[in-house]
Design a protein around this ligand. Structure first.
Ligand code: XMP
Length: 327
């Protein structure tokens, strides 16, 4: 296996100018590698795959085929944004697969967090494989591998990074244009490529998505409450200028109900938990002191706008002993 090492003297990409130089070098390199052949890319909408997609569109246009699998566990508006940015604005060759029913069907009744993760991960590979097989003449596989992925895998090409790598499919090679970059450099390149800030500065989002935040066995109504409350949280953090101040924030909906009163009658509704953390490496994390007025506004909006929710909580637990995600 080929060892990949970032040269000691490689300049860090910190400015638009350096990013533009990197982009033109990579365009030339990708063109030389790929020629007139086709490249397949799993486009999740995360920072790395989005930047690779935008770069490859510049280099080879319609020879790039992007596949976006919506597993039904994306945050509100995320899959729509992928379609809007890549298909409508960048004119990409994009295959959009709405596999919501397949994923939610398989997850039905499964409450064990690790089994849920396995179901989602395996099905992702299966859906991606099915789509890849429908396409003809694909020679290369594009990947959003970045340098930390390579460091974590001991310098050997990091296959684990891709959302769904068809193991038994044969490719002439991998196209990994950002494999020597650190995350902050990938973001600078993404901005220089004209990607929106919502994509370039997107907070980390686990592969299993909202699946590990809709606790226990996933239920469509609870999943909807989770998606809507998460959207309100993001909107209000944005309004309060907190989006760039807090490393990761989201809501969680547990699989138990709590008593409330609605219109003078007893209600039995879901609680929503707000989780916000700051961290450097996700190994430990602290909980930021969010302004009371901001928390109150988010609480009021969730209680008013999200059906079936009667209580909102703020999780004060640091990591360790708590993990960032609830499952
Ligand atoms: P925890 O919960 O372990 O999370 O403190 C640390 C970071 O990892 C993310 N996370 C995941 N990412 N697949 C992923 O791609 C997963 O199964 C997964 N579980 C947790 C989490 O969002 C946090 O950023």
């Amino acid at each position: 296996m080929e060892k990949i090492v970032r040269p000691d003297d490689m300049q860090r990409i910190t400015t638009q100018e350096l990013a533009e130089k990197f982009i033109s070098e990579q365009i030339a390199e990708v063109k030389a590698q790929v020629g007139d052949k086709k490249v397949l890319l799993a486009l999740s909408g995360g920072v790395d795959s989005s930047v690779v997609a935008a770069l490859l569109i510049k280099a080879i246009g319609k020879q790039l085929v992007c596949v976006h699998v919506n597993h039904g566990l994306m945050r509100k508006g995320e899959s729509e944004e992928v379609v809007e940015v890549f298909r409508n604005q960048l004119d990409a060759n994009l295959v959009y697969v709405d596999a919501t029913d397949r994923f939610l069907g398989l997850l039905e009744g499964e409450a064990d967090p690790e089994k849920k993760r396995k179901i989602i991960g395996n099905e992702f590979v299966r859906v991606f494989e099915e789509e890849a097989r429908k396409l003809e003449g694909i020679a290369f596989l594009g990947q959003g591998t970045i340098y930390p992925d390579i460091l974590e895998s001991d310098g050997v090409k990091a296959h684990h990074n891709v959302g769904g790598l068809p193991e038994d499919m044969q490719f002439e090679g991998l196209v990994e244009p950002v494999k020597l970059l650190y995350k902050d450099e990938v973001r600078v390149v993404g901005s220089a490529l004209g990607l929106p800030d919502t994509m370039v500065y997107r907070q980390p989002f686990p592969g299993p998505g909202l699946g590990v935040r809709c606790l226990g066995a996933i239920d469509r109504k609870r999943l909807e409450a989770l998606r809507e409350s998460d959207a309100i949280l993001r909107e209000e953090f944005d309004n309060a200028g907190l989006t760039s101040q807090v490393w990761q924030f989201f809501t969680v909906v547990p699989d138990f109900r709590s008593t409330g009163v609605r219109d003078g009658k007893r209600a039995f509704d879901w609680p929503v938990i707000i989780r916000a953390v700051n961290t450097v490496d996700a190994m430990t994390a602290t909980v930021p002191e969010i302004d009371w007025a901001v928390l109150k506004k988010i609480t009021d909006r969730i209680l008013k706008e999200v059906p079936g929710v009667c209580r909102v909580l703020y999780d004060l637990s640091p990591k360790a002993p708590a993990t960032i995600e609830w499952e």
